[in-house]
Design a protein around this ligand. Structure first.
Ligand SMILES: [Fe+2]
Ligand SMILES: [Fe+2]
Length: 282
């Protein structure tokens, strides 16, 4: 079975004609199924699909990794283009009132910027979205399963402390319980496609092993959230990737340049930078 991953939104453009936009969206095709993980920040999925020659009408399911704007902001335009009923899989926390605390110049903080879904649920449902909200893994077809909620088990991965949820009690820390990824089961091992991995890349991979009962992780692609990682976390993550037997690592989005450069040096030709327009066939 051939697996094809086409990155339709990423912070940077991977070739002429593609649009870079802070966010992520990866089209995952396997066994005749086409599932879109995330939808980018605005219109880049639609623009880049046309540049890449991808017919979006084949998308039969959408998985939302988490409710941040840079992963959900393309949903409305996408639904308007698809003009059909689409099953959307997410954690109920997708609809949490999500904020990021912004530090102002001079170290003064106090600005809470809204970073949640920029649409109301009813509007998206009116455009064809049918929301399946659960914290459990969901088998989308015989090859692909969502992770659902990812347990925090490694000692070296933490959720960012600048994320908040607005509740009746005010702003409370957001532990991103809704952060999930997409797993593809292949003959070579698992392919783990990450949104932002707010709960930790290694935690996500360990959970993928547990859900599928498959030890070997052949590839990991997407947002690793190593952007704020200290050296200790990078070292531990690299050790874990080696232990999983990862043969392809394609980082995107919230990986950050220093971590990406470090991984590139460590993994040599197993590494690639997965940006808008990247197509990988496994
Ligand atoms: Fe995020
Ligand atoms: Fe993100």
């Amino acid at each position: 079975m051939q697996v094809r991953l086409t990155t339709l939104c990423e912070n940077t453009a991977g070739g002429i004609g593609f649009t870079g936009e802070w966010g992520l969206s990866i089209l995952v095709e396997a066994g005749g199924h086409a599932v879109l993980l995330d939808t980018g920040f605005s219109d880049s999925v639609v623009r880049n699909a046309s540049v890449a020659g991808v017919d979006l009408s084949k998308v039969d399911k959408i998985v939302i990794s988490h409710g941040h704007t840079d992963h959900t902001g393309g949903l409305r335009l996408l639904l308007q283009r698809l003009r059909k009923r689409v099953e959307v899989y997410a954690h109920p926390e997708m609809w949490g009132k999500k904020y990021i605390r912004v530090v102002l110049p001079g170290g003064k903080d106090g600005l809470f910027r809204y970073v949640g879904v920029p649409f109301c649920r009813e509007e998206l449902e009116g455009l064809g979205a049918s929301f399946n909200l659960t914290g459990e893994p969901v088998w989308l077809n015989e090859h692909m399963v969502t992770t659902g909620e990812v347990p925090m088990v490694t000692p070296f991965e933490q959720v960012d402390d600048n994320m908040y949820i607005k509740s009746d009690a005010g702003f409370v820390p957001d532990t991103l319980p809704g952060d999930q990824s997409l797993i593809v089961k292949t003959d070579k091992g698992l392919v783990v496609v990450l949104g932002c991995a707010h709960r930790g890349m290694v935690n996500t991979m360990l959970h993928a092993q547990k859900i599928t009962g498959v030890e070997k992780i052949y590839a990991v692609v997407g947002g690793t959230h190593l952007i704020r990682a200290q050296q200790n976390q990078l070292d531990e993550s690299i050790a874990a990737l080696r232990e999983f037997g990862v043969e392809k690592i394609g980082v995107s989005h919230c990986t950050g340049l220093p971590a990406a450069a470090f991984l590139a040096r460590e993994f040599g030709d197993k590494f690639f930078f997965n940006n808008a327009g990247t197509v990988i066939e496994l």
